[in-house]
Design a protein around this ligand. Structure first.
Ligand code: DAT
Ligand code: MG
Length: 137
């Protein structure tokens, strides 16, 4: 039993499409706990810190623009092995091919040109979770 905390973001496409409740329901149905939750409109500084690992990649600037296009919901989620577990619940990065049963697979739209729109973010390691939770909460 390894109780962990992870950062989940419901990104601007998820909030704008009215999927906040549907995504929260999946997190709760899995048995994870919502420890803290807030609606956020991050400025560029927050996003530069959050996405520091992607600086310089071709999708970096469009990604930051997208993340500043509307509000997101930031959630501190706790549970047994929740870091890996939530990423499994979210599905792979590209919703075009994410597996059915996952948030991105069931609710995400064909990536097409809207490459960065995949509904959710989940921390990818214990270190990332600690770093990201510190940025958003
Ligand atoms: P994930 O969100 O699955 O952890 P990531 O950390 O590799 O994926 O990338 C962060 C975000 O950047 C991702 O959610 C969407 C966008 N992104 C990643 N790879 C991309 C690509 N090849 N083209 C466009 N956007 C991309
Ligand atoms: Mg990532």
């Amino acid at each position: 039993m390894a109780t962990e905390e992870t950062l989940v973001l419901i990104k601007p496409d998820g909030v704008a499409r009215g999927l906040t409740g549907a995504i929260l329901a999946r997190i709760e149905a899995k048995g994870y706990s919502l420890v803290d939750i807030r609606l956020v409109e991050p400025d560029r500084d927050v996003l530069e810190r959050h996405y520091a690992e992607h600086e310089g990649k071709p999708f970096y600037e469009p990604l930051l623009d997208f993340m500043m296009s509307g509000p997101s919901v930031a959630i501190r989620v706790a549970g047994n092995r929740v870091i890996e577990g939530f990423r499994s619940l979210a599905g792979i990065t590209d919703p075009t091919t994410a597996a059915p049963g996952t948030i991105r697979g069931d609710l995400g739209r064909d990536w097409g040109l809207r490459v960065q729109q995949n509904l959710v973010h989940g921390s990818d390691s214990v270190e990332s979770a600690a770093r990201e939770l510190d940025i958003w909460f």
